[in-house]
Write a protein that binds this ligand. Structure first.
Ligand code: SAM
Length: 281
């Protein structure tokens, strides 16, 4: 028998070996699983998208509370197990896919909420991916505590960065509670925290501004020790005098560093540049 023909190894509960490369740390603490589901405030009618259901510990709770549940799992063997487990439920879809390759809004095809004990090797890309409209009505993520700290960081701190600013421009991020490594099997090397992200009723940006804003913010934090004058000269290929005019027009010191600017100030810089471009074109 060749390796490929051999049936995959399974443990006593029928699960395949844990794949650390896929960030597989399964939550085993029932109380914490329940608190994660509670944080979504489900009323029974919502479409719930779950990222990385794994062995289905959280999924088992969500199926009882959701109107419709769509779970996106990359690991083929786990996706098959869940498909079999929920085969009799016609409101459950197990999508075998890389979450970063899926349009969450298209998959939901209507309003949705998002939840996941996400794989830590791609936490930040997942958070950015989930910012693409149409966004979830609310999202609850279990993430490394360090990422939770970045989401709620204040300007001028070392945790404050492109993730903080991009999320804060369109949503409110709250850290709800910490989760110790002992709540997982196998335990991760880091402490975790549950965060909830809720879109702002009045975001700082309109839909067309979101992409250029992200490019500005990511570019600026790529040069976080440089002064804003230098940052704008390099990102927009303009003279120092133009950069100064834009910054002073937005009441920002041209010598300020990106890490001290608030999300609203980044939005002002973007708008000042757009206004200047539309005048000169
Ligand atoms: N939700 C389960 C729990 O709480 O026990 C599992 C959480 S585990 C931290 C992350 C899950 O995400 C794993 O099941 C893993 O296979 C899955 N995963 C990893 N990369 C993925 C990707 N790119 N797209 C979708 N799922 C992924």
């Amino acid at each position: 028998m060749t390796d490929d023909a051999r049936p995959p190894r399974r443990d006593r509960a029928g699960f395949p070996p844990t794949r650390k490369s896929l960030g597989q740390h399964f939550l085993t603490d029932r109380r914490i699983l329940t608190r994660i589901a509670d944080a979504l405030h489900l009323t029974g009618s919502e479409t719930v998208l779950e990222i990385g259901p794994g062995r289905g510990a959280l999924t088992d709770i969500l199926v009882e509370r959701a109107g419709r549940l769509i779970a996106i799992e990359y690991d083929r063997a786990l996706a098959e197990i869940l498909r079999t487990r929920y085969a009799r439920r016609n409101n459950v879809l197990i999508a075998e896919a890389d979450v970063l390759e899926v349009s969450l809004g298209e998959l939901a095809a209507g309003p949705y909420v998002l939840v996941g004990n996400v794989p830590y090797y791609i936490t930040t890309p997942i958070l950015f991916h989930a910012l693409v409209p149409p966004r979830a009505e609310r999202s609850v993520y279990l993430v490394q505590k360090e990422v939770a700290d970045r989401l709620s960081a204040a300007p001028g701190t070392k945790e404050y960065g492109a993730l903080t600013v991009n999320v804060a421009a369109v949503a409110k991020a709250e850290t709800l509670f910490k989760v110790p490594a002992s709540a997982f099997s196998p335990p991760p090397k880091v402490e975790s925290a549950l965060v909830r992200i809720t879109p702002l009723p009045q975001p700082l940006l309109n839909a067309e501004e979101e992409r250029p804003f992200r490019l500005l913010v990511q570019g600026a934090f790529g040069m976080r020790r440089k002064q804003m004058r230098r940052v704008l000269r390099s990102l927009y290929v303009v003279e120092a005098a133009v950069a100064d005019e834009v910054l002073q027009g937005a009441s920002i010191d041209p010598e300020a560093r990106p890490e001290t600017l608030t999300p609203a100030q980044f939005a002002l810089v973007l708008r000042a540049f757009s206004a200047r471009r539309s005048v000169s074109s």
